[in-house]
Design a protein around this ligand. Structure first.
Ligand SMILES: *Cc1c(COP(=O)(O)O)cnc(C)c1O
Length: 443
């Protein structure tokens, strides 16, 4: 632990986000977690922030009905992060067998795990059904498999079907799952599809849930809430047709968008819950348990990445800073910069925020292709060798999407907690992969 002088009036956790990042960065430099030779790049997850975000999620869905908030593991699949979310009372949504294994390793009990892969193998289904993990089927063929595995026996697992309300997409095609041709779920509006699905619920009394996930970043709240309303309307219809309350749970997926342009909170969980109450009132009438699967909105704002500037130069009259953070840690931003822009903050070598007149410059990564840029023509105080750059909002979908091109190693990720006097302590979430551990090419 490092004791930093307590900021004037407010202790660490109460600092504004940018001041808090600066505070943590200075402590990380002091404690050698960032070092110009030995630790040129690192990630940080603010566990105090995570606890506050999870508390706001629980407040937005106070229950009754019963609510399980299953964190979408793909957003940050590091086991110590998942374990922290488990301690905070969340569940875990796994989209692959690998994420299931991580959920189990993080200590989630089976009744708090949801398994959502669109490509579940027979072995994976057998494991999930035996363990009592909730399963959402993605297709009619998968339903047939599940029926065969269950035989005449009862289901230990809550089992649902992912429905696609086919409402259209948001602003990022790759993130929009409720489109007409989406690969996910069973379409609700294709000719004959809804009737066939109603018949499946009639034939399989173990089908007790309806699941939907309308999309992620780029989908407005309104679109997501309308998609959930379609799923709830379908569940209401099943129960009405069958004359019994067979569907007892609605899994509303995740998808609350995050504002990557600033530190002000975008729409919160409370705003989303209000939109759901407006569009799908029967969701809250007490007849359904609710499962949520938020990922980005739980973690994005609670993590940042920091890297040293190794060199600077000018090209075509514009400054370029070559840093140690590029495509290996900001894969989506580098390959799809218009969909995934990140803010960049300039800091001095000791971690203090750098000020100075804004200068338009490129901020590049270390990889060997010209497009390895964190930002083009971005106005920032002019970076110099030895400075640090900070990428805020990288707590979700950055540490879990490493890219191994150029044999660039995965950096360390550190958990951060701040004491009442502003003292910062770090715990290792993931050790740095050292280049020497990578298999060296022969010849
Ligand atoms: C990706 C995904 C989520 C999480 O989405 P976020 O935008 O991170 O909240 C939830 N459920 C399913 C099925 C997903 O594919």
């Amino acid at each position: 632990m490092t004791d930093l002088p307590a900021p004037e009036s407010s202790p660490g956790p109460a600092l504004r986000p940018a001041a808090r990042r600066e505070h943590v960065l200075r402590a990380a430099v002091q404690q050698g977690l960032l070092h110009g030779e030995r630790a040129v790049l690192a990630g940080f997850v603010d566990f105090d922030g995570v606890a506050a975000t999870v508390a706001s999620l629980h407040r937005a869905f106070p229950g009754p009905p019963r609510v399980l908030h299953a964190f979408a593991a793909k957003a940050n699949s590091l086991v110590p992060v998942l374990a922290e979310l488990e301690r905070l009372g969340m569940g875990c949504e796994a989209a692959t067998a690998g994420e299931l294994a991580r959920a189990v390793a993080a200590g989630f009990p089976p009744e708090r795990i949801v398994f959502d892969s669109p490509a579940k193998t027979v072995a994976e289904l057998r494991w999930a059904l035996a363990a009592g993990v909730a399963v959402n089927a993605d297709s009619f063929q998968e339903l047939t498999r599940i029926a065969a595995l269950l035989g005449d026996g009862p289901a230990r697992s809550p089992i649902g079907v992912r429905v696609n309300p086919q409402l259209g997409g948001g602003t990022i095609d790759a993130m929009s799952t409720a489109t007409r041709h989406s690969k996910f779920g069973i379409p609700l509006t294709d000719p004959g599809s809804r009737e066939k699905l109603l018949a499946a619920y009639q034939d399989h009394p173990w089908l007790t849930r309806v699941h939907t996930h309308v999309g992620s970043q780029g989908c407005p709240l309104e679109l997501i809430a309308r998609g959930v309303a379609q799923a709830v309307a379908f569940a209401d219809e099943v129960n009405r047709r069958l004359g019994r309350r067979q569907v007892t749970g609605i899994d509303i997926g995740g998808g609350l968008p995050v504002d990557f342009t600033g530190d002000e909170a975008g729409p919160g969980f409370g705003d989303y819950a209000a939109a759901l109450r407006a569009h799908a009132p029967t969701l809250f009438d007490g007849g359904y348990g609710i499962v949520t699967e938020f990922g980005r909105s739980v973690l994005a704002k609670n993590g940042f990445t920091a890297a040293y500037v190794e060199y600077t130069k000018h090209a075509g009259g514009r400054p370029v800073a070559i840093t140690h953070a590029g495509v290996q840690v900001a894969t989506r931003t580098v390959f799809a910069p218009d969909s995934w822009p990140l803010r960049i903050e300039a800091h001095r070598p000791d971690g203090r925020a750098k000020d100075g007149p804004p200068v338009r410059q490129d901020v590049a990564g270390p990889a060997c292709f010209a497009g390895d840029l964190l930002a083009r023509d971005r106005a920032l105080p002019e970076l110099a060798p030895g400075d640090l750059v900070v990428l805020p909002d990288t707590g979700a979908y950055y540490f879990s999407t490493p890219f191994h091109y150029n044999s660039l190693p995965e950096p360390a990720v550190h958990g951060v907690r701040t004491g009442p006097g502003g003292e910062v302590s770090f715990e290792e979430i993931r050790p740095a992969q050292s280049p020497g551990e990578l298999p060296l090419p022969v010849g």
